[in-house]
Design a binder for this molecule. Sequence first.
Ligand SMILES: [Zn+2]
Ligand SMILES: [Zn+2]
Length: 344
Amino acid sequence: MRAAVFTSSSEPLAIREIERPRPRPGEVGLQVARVGICGSDLHVKEGGNPAFAGVVFGHEFAGVISELGKGVQDWQPGDRVVSLPIHHCGQCEACLQDKIGLCEQIVFTGYSHDHSGGYAEYTAVPTHSLHRVPDNVSFDKAALVEPLSVSRRAVSRTPIGKDSVVLVIGTGPIGAGVVQFAKVAGARTVIVSEMSAERRELAKAIGADATIDPRAGDLAEQIVAIAGRRPDVIFECVGVPGLIQQAIEVAAYEATIMVVGVCFDKDHLYPNMAVKRELTIGFSNCYTHEDFAAVLDAMESGALDPSAMHTSTIGLDEVPSVFEELMTTKSGCKTLIDPSGGAL
Ligand SMILES: [Zn+2]
Ligand SMILES: [Zn+2]
C-alpha cells in the first residue's frame, strides 16, 4: 500500500510503497477515508527524533473496516468508523478509572512503529477503540472527531452555564472546537481573542459571538465593551508562555481558567492575582470514549457542525509538499488527506 513516511526533519515526508498493516487478534483493518494533518505531526517532524524514522503519522482518521482480525465479532467489513488513536496499559491508576487518555504509558497511533497511522491507504486498530460513524455524518466531519474530542473534554471540565461569558484565547483547531462546545453548552457570550485575522474570521464562521485582536487595546476593556463584564470561563488554547497570566489578569472573580494549549517552555505567573480573585485554574488533556461518543452524537443531531474548520482536502501525493508548507505558514484550520483517491 502507499503511505507518507517520516524520514528526518530535513527531508519532506516520502511517499512509499510499504507493507499493509494486517489486523492482529482483536483488531480490524481499516481503509482510511480521511485523515487530518495535526499540529503535533508538524511538531514531531520539526523535532526530527531519529526514533521516529519510518513512522507513518496520522491519528485523526475516519475510515471503513476492510478486514477482521481473529476473534472479532460485532463489526463487519464496510462499517464506517472512527477510533481513539490511543493504546493504554489498562493497569495504571488512570486506566483503572477509565481515564485512558491520561494513561502513564500511553502510546499514540501515528507516533509508533507498532501502530502505524492514517497517512496511508490502510491502518489497523483495536476494536475496543472503535466508534461507529452515524449515516448522516460525512467522513470529512468524522475526521474532525479526534481534535473536537480534546475540545469537548476541556469544555466539560468547566462550569459553563447559560449566563456565562466565555473567553477563548487562540482559535487553532482546538480553540475552534472549544468555541463550538461552549455554544453547545449554552454560554451567553463566547468571545475569541486571536492575533490572526484569518482565524478571527474562522471563529465567527463557527459561531463565536465576537472576536478581539489582543493587540488592539487592553484585553479586559475590550471584553467588557462587548459582554458588559469580565469573562467567568477562560480557555487558553495556544500554549505559549505568558498566556495563563494574561487569562488571570482579565478573569472575573471566581472565574475558571482551563488550559488546553500545550506549552513546552517554562512559564511564570503571579499567583497573588489569582488568589485575590479566587480563580480556579485547571488543565485538560486528551479525551475518553465518552468524549468521542458525545462529539459523534452532537454531529448526528446537528447540534455541532464543524464544516467551517475544514480548510481543504488533498491526495496522498500532495502530502509531502503541503506538509512542508504547513510547517512554515500557519494558515487555514484543518487540512484533510484522502488516501482513498476519491473512492471514499
Ligand atoms: Zn491531533
Ligand atoms: Zn494506563
